[in-house]
Write a protein that binds this ligand. Structure first.
Ligand code: ZN
Ligand code: ZN
Ligand code: ZN
Ligand code: ZN
Ligand code: ZN
Length: 215
């Protein structure tokens, strides 16, 4: 068995990485961008296989999807949310947690909003069911009271693509708008059309609608 001293091994590794790194430029066949790191390259290529970018990309959401239905579900659940929980329970100060009884007469309303039922439940348990503030109601009832529903989906939406003049009106506007936008996203992905830019001036109605509730 041959023993290699660490310094020699290190030198060998170094020469290997430097000699292979420079000629080994990973070039994306679809857009020509080059990468040196395999991991970065893989991530980039994966984006090409995911044509459906989140409609709220402009607002900082970087999710992309390979399937249209996953994309629609994400937008509806994460950004459009028709149901949410608004907590109006009294907000207790942390200091009173250890007290057996609280002497404070009134606590300000909490005001926090939750998109998910389980997160709201967890919040109520953690922040509002303190021993010093025994709540007479069961948690299910408290959740029911906090539940808010939005019955109105956006009723008028314009296609975000500059040269496309489609307008969607009525009860099904959002679904029709998404199906339509999906076609643009696919075409852009196949490089038949320019990139779809959501959140532009034509697209402001959806943004306004989504921002009307801060969740
Ligand atoms: Zn590329
Ligand atoms: Zn998103
Ligand atoms: Zn208190
Ligand atoms: Zn709360
Ligand atoms: Zn269009």
């Amino acid at each position: 068995h041959q023993t290699v001293d660490p310094a020699t091994a290190e030198r060998a590794a170094k020469s290997l990485s430097t000699s292979s790194a420079s000629p080994l430029e990973l070039k994306c066949s679809q857009c020509g961008i080059t990468y040196r790191k395999q991991s970065a390259f893989d991530k980039h290529v994966e984006n090409h296989t995911r044509p459906f970018i989140c409609v709220f990309h402009y607002a900082g959401c970087n999710r992309t999807f390979s399937k249209k239905n996953e994309w629609k579900r994400h937008v509806l659940r994460q950004h459009i949310c028709l149901e949410y929980y608004h907590c109006e329970l009294p907000q207790y100060a942390a200091a009173t947690q250890s007290a057996t009884t609280c002497q404070v007469k009134s606590h300000p309303a909490c005001g926090k909003t939750f998109r998910r039922k389980d997160l709201h439940r967890e919040h109520v348990r953690r922040m509002h069911l303190l021993e010093s503030h025994q709540e007479p109601q069961p948690i299910a009832k408290m959740q029911k009271q906090a539940l808010r529903k939005r019955f109105q989906l956006p009723r008028k939406l314009a296609c975000p693509v500059e040269l496309c003049n489609f307008i969607f009106d009525g009860d099904k506007a959002l679904d029709e708008w998404m199906e339509h936008a999906a076609r643009h996203l696919r075409a852009a992905h196949d490089e038949l059309e320019p990139k779809v830019e959501f959140g532009g001036s034509k697209d402001s109605c959806l943004a306004k609608w989504a921002e009307s509730v801060k969740v």
